[in-house]
Design a protein around this ligand. Structure first.
Ligand code: AKG
Ligand code: FE2
Length: 385
């Protein structure tokens, strides 16, 4: 039977209640290079551009050979998408235990990539086009058109059968390879739909999933909170933060994606609009129209099939698919982040978002299982943002 996904007609970012732009004043935390010390020394070896390691991320460098000379790790540029600017890389931790994950990253508000976190899940090999056609081709999915470099002002949704959509993505990739089309001609993006609304039997394919990276509260029902992404190469989600100020675990299944990341405290450099979006094009920033962005601290990572990326609450992210791609994520709260999410009302969080945070905070504080809270939360998962 065909499944049609029902949408709440309002915007996920709470656009209807969105606040105006923030004052654009950099804070004392702006971390601009002071021209001395190890960062400056490395910077001069890279031809004047600032770089740093770990949290203390700085400006891009455009010179790959300088990166190599400085002993910085290099990434393989994709044929489809040459990477012009480079930023310090997010830490990668193989075989990270859940205890160390919470201690070293969640509690310290630091992003991390865990390579191969999905290694036990057969989704990694079985979520092929043929399989998706077979198990879900007749489903109706909602696609987003207008997630682009100029922002999300012209965002539209389109309904399609999944089979037709998969065919259009495959055709685009073939034509792109033959230089018959350009990146701008890419099909829309299947972006942020409840995973189970597309693949109701995904649990079997995700057997062996590392649910220990979630707080206990989510470990049984995490799949009900998972959101699905499928799209062609060059698909883009412009710079934004997740609108409930949740923690985010992001899982890459097919293809690679490049994330450009900034901590939430960098928001004043990024020209925010509609609560969660930023005007700055993080890949090709225009310092004439966005001069404050020069002083922003930036990091990046590339996630490959099997990888997990953790982003702490409020982290800004710009996401580009380097190939045609499948991913899913789970936005989740600890008690502390849910309560912070309620208090964010004072900082202009739209009321609707505060409501969802209150649902999770209440559920966690009263010991209700996640599955029982879900009916009050589900409409959040079906928003179009
Ligand atoms: O993969 C993408 O295009 C966007 C991902 C994202 O924004 C998220 O996981 O919150
Ligand atoms: Fe996001």
């Amino acid at each position: 039977m065909e499944n049609s996904i029902k949408l709440n007609p309002t915007a996920k970012d709470g656009g209807s209640v969105a606040i105006g732009r923030e004052p654009m004043r950099p804070t004392a935390k702006d971390g601009g290079s002071n021209g001395s010390g190890p960062v400056a020394a490395l910077s001069s070896s890279l031809g004047g551009e600032s770089v740093a390691t770990g949290q203390e991320s700085m400006r891009p460098t455009a010179d790959p050979s300088a990166m190599l000379r400085a002993g910085l790790p290099m990434l393989q540029p994709s044929k489809a998408m040459p990477l012009k600017k480079r930023y310090p890389l997010v830490e990668r931790r193989e075989n990270l235990s859940s205890i160390n994950f919470f201690h070293d990253f969640v509690e310290k508000n630091r992003p991390v990539v865990v390579p191969n976190a999905l290694k036990h899940c057969r989704a990694l090999s079985c979520w092929t086009d043929d399989y998706l056609h077979k198990v879900a081709g007749r489903r109706t999915v909602i696609l987003k058109q207008g997630l682009n470099e100029e922002g999300v002002g012209g965002l539209k949704t389109i309904m399609s059968r999944l089979s037709d959509y998969l065919d259009s993505v495959a055709l685009f990739e073939t034509r792109l390879e033959r230089n018959e089309v350009s990146a701008k001609d890419r099909p829309p993006y299947l972006h942020d739909l409840p995973l189970l609304s597309v693949l109701p039997d995904a649990a079997d394919d995700l057997d062996g999933f590392p649910s220990g990276y979630f707080p206990q509260w989510y470990r049984t029902d995490w799949l009900q909170f998972a959101q699905f992404f499928l799209g062609p190469s060059h698909s883009l989600t412009p710079l934004h933060f997740d609108c409930l100020l949740t923690h985010n675990l992001f899982f890459q299944v097919r293809g690679r994606k490049r994330f450009i990341l900034l901590h939430h405290d960098q928001l004043p450099f990024c020209y925010r609009y509609q609560w969660r979006w930023c005007e700055v094009d993080a890949e090709t920033p225009d310092f004439i129209s966005h001069p404050l962005y020069r002083d922003a601290q930036i990091q990046e990572c590339i996630v490959e099939p099997g990888d997990m990326l953790y982003m702490p609450p409020g982290m800004l992210h710009h996401v580009r698919s380097l190939e045609s791609s499948i991913s899913f994520n789970v936005d989740w709260h600890t008690r502390a982040s849910a309560i912070q999410g309620v208090l964010a009302l004072k900082r202009g969080m739209p009321l609707k978002n505060v409501y969802y945070n209150a649902v999770i905070a209440l559920g966690q504080c009263t010991g209700q299982p996640a599955g029982r809270v879900l009916p009050w939360y589900r409409s959040y998962l079906n928003y179009v943002s």
